[in-house]
Design a protein around this ligand. Structure first.
Ligand SMILES: Nc1ncnc2c1ncn2[C@@H]1O[C@H](COP(=O)(O)OP(=O)(O)OP(=O)(O)O)[C@@H](O)[C@H]1O
Length: 539
């Protein structure tokens, strides 16, 4: 019995031992499993951490790289803009040579005084004018084009160094004083050196004809480089302009067509570094202000250099101009606050009965195109397109061979008329204010204002079609009682240019009315809805 008991007991102990063993095994197994899971978990976490760390590092590296590149680009741009560091191999007027040719301080003082140059520069950067082409630190190819002129004109001499140093500039100088090259030369020079793709410079002009003329001027500079320019303006098909925009570095444009091309996605201005508003006061007047704001918003506001040139700079537009600019330098040649006409133009004003104006025009044309003067070019301004059309017919009936340019004509007719007048095929051009600003027509001897324009500024621009580039000229203005509200402003312009003021004009009063119709301005306002009806009847 006892043996059986012992056997049973040892069997039980054996079973217990086995059970313990198996529990132990199970436990070990489970511990092992837990351990493995933990390990996996740990590895996974480590992997994740590592990945996140790497991503963070990559991001940081990328950011640093980008910042470094931007800094480098900025520095390079700054360097290329700095007038004394333009020393690339291609620059045949190296900084050293340009510095050697730099004017003495006595020469600078004389230049500033002789030309009534006023420079307003809040940064006090002490940038000196550049009085000869030899002291201009730009590409030799550009200098070779400029050397057809004896020396820089005052506005060029005073504004080039600031523009080359990358500053925003407002340049105000009389009509016909070389403002187009004043802004074009630095822009083309920068673009040659940058060699980047895309539209880098945008020049905006108020009229199609002026846009084309600026393009022609710029092309004389870009022709000696591999830079491409395109002119975009209304009244002609868009396709050629779209193609041109694909490869152009410089765009010259009128606002309406440019806005169209931006909206349809054909014009990308995001890389524009140079924005030029030619005839800037006109571009900032009501009729264009919204277009300009919208165009400017498409350019890169950070790195953009903004440049405004004009012959007239009324206080009304100065504040708006400053919103587009960054600490701009103002360069004035001549008057700063007075509306000033070119002093080489003789201004004659005849106060006349409105009914007699056209008769008087016929006399004047005969008088100024007879004998030795028979081939002289005369530009006649009417105010509205209906008036222009009527007078065109009148002159044709009287046997005058003339060209006409106004808003009633198609673009092809306008372009042909201007071309005929430029080349001298037509000796008379009858125009509305579409031709008042900027047009550089060789050898216009006389400007006749058949009807006074809507503003004294427009008067200054109109008469500025003669007496260009140092020449003299004659402007004859028929002034009637209907314009007497402008007599004060006209008297000021006459006095400012040392011109005689007729007593009949003085009788209208010399009080100057504030400019009232910025909404009209000079261009494309060939509508006569606001003109008071006259009782004159014409066939
Ligand atoms: N340095 C210079 N010396 C002499 N003539 C020059 C010089 N630079 C430009 N010109 C010439 O002067 C003429 C007038 O220049 P431009 O048309 O640029 O005048 P502007 O000041 O823009 O006139 P506006 O106010 O009427 O627009 C042009 O025929 C141009 O070739």
């Amino acid at each position: 019995m006892s043996t059986e008991k012992e056997i049973k007991s040892s069997k039980r102990s054996l079973e217990e031992a086995e059970k313990n063993e198996s529990t132990k095994k199970l436990k070990v197994k489970s511990d092992k499993k837990d351990h493995k899971e933990e390990k996996n978990k740990k590895e996974k976490k480590e992997k994740k951490d590592k990945k996140e760390k790497k991503e963070k590092k990559d991001k940081k590296d990328k950011k640093e790289k980008k910042e470094k590149k931007e800094k480098k680009d900025k520095e390079e741009k700054k360097e290329s803009k700095s007038d004394d560091t333009v020393s690339s191999e291609q620059t045949a007027v190296p900084a050293a040579a340009a510095a050697a040719a730099a004017p003495s301080s006595a020469e600078v003082t004389k230049f500033l005084a002789d030309n009534s140059v006023k420079i307003e520069d809040d940064s006090n950067s002490n940038i000196q004018p550049c009085l000869s082409f030899d002291s201009l630190p730009v590409e030799s190819k550009i200098i070779s084009i400029l050397k057809k002129f004896p020396k820089p004109s005052p506005i060029q001499a005073a504004s080039w160094p600031f523009l080359l140093a990358g500053r925003d500039v407002v340049g105000v100088a009389e009509t016909g004083s070389g403002k187009t090259f004043a802004f074009s030369v630095p822009v083309v020079n920068h673009i040659i050196q940058e060699k980047k793709k895309g539209v880098r410079a945008l020049v905006v002009s108020p009229t199609r004809e002026l846009a084309m003329q600026i393009y022609d001027s710029l092309v004389t500079l870009t022709n000696v480089t591999d830079i491409s320019a395109v002119c975009v303006y209304g009244g002609v098909p868009k396709e050629e302009q779209r193609q041109g925009l694909k490869k152009a570095s410089i765009v010259i444009a009128t606002p309406g067509r440019l806005k169209d091309l931006i909206e349809e996605g054909s014009a990308d201005l995001s890389k524009v570094e140079y924005l030029v508003l030619d005839e800037a006061d006109r571009m900032l007047e009501k009729g264009f202000e919204e277009d300009i704001k919208s165009i400017v918003s498409n350019t890169n506001s950070d790195g953009r250099q903004t440049i405004m040139f004009t012959a007239t700079w009324p206080p009304e537009v100065r504040k708006l101009a400053s919103t587009f600019m960054n600490n701009a330098v103002k360069v004035y040649i001549g008057e700063r606050d007075e509306l000033a006409a070119n002093k080489r133009i003789t201004q004659l004003v005849e106060v006349i009965d409105p009914f007699r104006k056209e008769q008087r025009l016929l006399q004047l044309l005969k008088e100024h195109q007879s004998g030795a003067k028979k081939d002289d070019k005369i530009l006649v301004f009417a105010l509205y397109k209906k008036e222009a059309t009527r007078v065109e017919r009148l002159l044709q009936n009287r046997g005058f061979a003339l060209a006409a340019i106004h808003g009633d004509l198609g673009q092809a007719q306008r372009t042909k008329a201007l071309e005929d007048f430029k080349t001298g095929r037509s000796k008379i051009l009858l125009a509305t204010d579409v031709a008042a600003r900027g047009l550089d027509i060789p050898a216009v001897k006389v400007v006749i204002n058949l009807t006074f324009p809507l503003t004294a500024e427009d008067y200054v621009h109109r008469i500025g079609r003669t007496g260009r580039a140092g020449q003299t000229g004659l402007a004859i203005t028929l002034f009637t009682e209907q314009e007497k509200h402008l007599s004060g402003a006209l008297i000021n312009v006459l006095r400012g240019a040392n011109q005689p003021v007729p007593d009949e004009l003085l009788k209208f009063g010399s009080h100057t009315k504030k400019k009232e119709h910025s909404a009209y301005g000079a261009f494309f306002k060939d509508v006569d809805s606001t003109k008071k009806a006259t009782k004159v009847k014409f066939d």
